[in-house]
Design a protein around this ligand. Structure first.
Ligand SMILES: [Cu+2]
Length: 273
């Protein structure tokens, strides 16, 4: 059974195996296919047209499936690996063990944002950025540099307390849990974490930074926590909504799974707490 753990509690051996599996997916070319898919959806998801991966109700089930595909790819390299999650509301220091050289490496240098240490630094030769939006081929970060702060636990609580999953117009202008979690409205839990990390994480090719998976694994966990708190509230909309994935409609790019199929994470993985 896959158990997704808080990254702060991983053992040295668990970190080593997770990093090694990431590097092997990168080496084989499978990693970059995930970056390409994410960017294609970022580019095509629009508020007044078809929208699936972002700015829509299916933001959460789409990323749940995307992470499951990625986790299965990691497990095809090393069956012991599970995706860890990063609780940025309680572990938001740039000195966190998350950013240590034995795990994800630290922030970028000020001149060009280049990450200089850790397994994903360009100097290792192991992490070329090939799916990119400009000519720069090195991983970039600027932790906390944009003046943004990470969400607090109180802000997380304020979003978890919302009892409607999503609302018309089912986009970045919506009220409700999904859009406050995604961050186009209100306190913003998900978008601002991308901005706080900066560099590639603040672009459509954000999965170039391995922290993408740990961030989204925590967003996914918050969805599970919301479900536990609001057992009477379900995914919306349920039917007949143009441009939006209803409860029982299949999602691109897989065409074989619906939001309804993904509401329960427990057939696939558990959380450590
Ligand atoms: Cu994201």
């Amino acid at each position: 059974m896959t158990v997704r753990k808080n990254q702060a509690s991983l053992t040295a051996e668990e970190k080593r195996r997770f990093v090694a599996a990431l590097l092997e997916l990168k080496r084989s070319g499978r990693y970059d296919a995930f970056v390409t898919t994410h960017n294609a959806f970022i580019v095509s998801d629009t508020d007044h047209g078809g929208r699936t991966g972002h700015r829509s109700p299916s933001f959460l089930p789409w990323h749940r499936r995307f992470l499951l595909e990625f986790e299965r790819a990691l497990q095809s390299v090393d069956a012991s690996v599970a995706l860890p999650y990063w609780d940025w509301s309680t572990d938001g220091s740039v000195r966190s063990s998350l950013w240590a050289p034995d795990f994800l490496g630290g922030s970028g240098r000020s001149r060009d944002g280049r990450v200089m240490d850790g397994p994903f630094a360009a100097s290792t030769g192991n992490w070329p950025v090939t799916v990119r939006v400009d000519g720069r081929t090195y991983l970039r970060r600027a932790l906390g540099a944009g003046g943004r702060t990470l969400p607090t636990r109180a802000e997380v609580e304020s979003v978890l307390s919302m009892d409607t999953y999503d609302m018309p117009p089912w986009n970045s202008g919506s009220d409700g849990f999904r859009n406050h979690l995604e961050g186009w409205r209100g306190v913003d839990l998900h978008n601002r974490v991308h901005v706080w990390v900066g560099g590639h994480m603040a672009t459509g090719v954000s999965p170039n930074d391995p922290v993408f998976w740990l961030h989204h694994a925590y967003i996914d966990k918050l969805w599970a926590e919301w479900q536990r708190r609001h057992p009477g509230s379900g995914y919306l909309p349920t039917a007949g909504t143009p441009d939006v994935v209803d409860l029982n409609e299949t999602m691109r790019p897989w065409h074989d799974t619906t939001p309804a199929d993904l509401l329960d994470h427990t057939p696939h993985y558990a959380f450590d707490a």
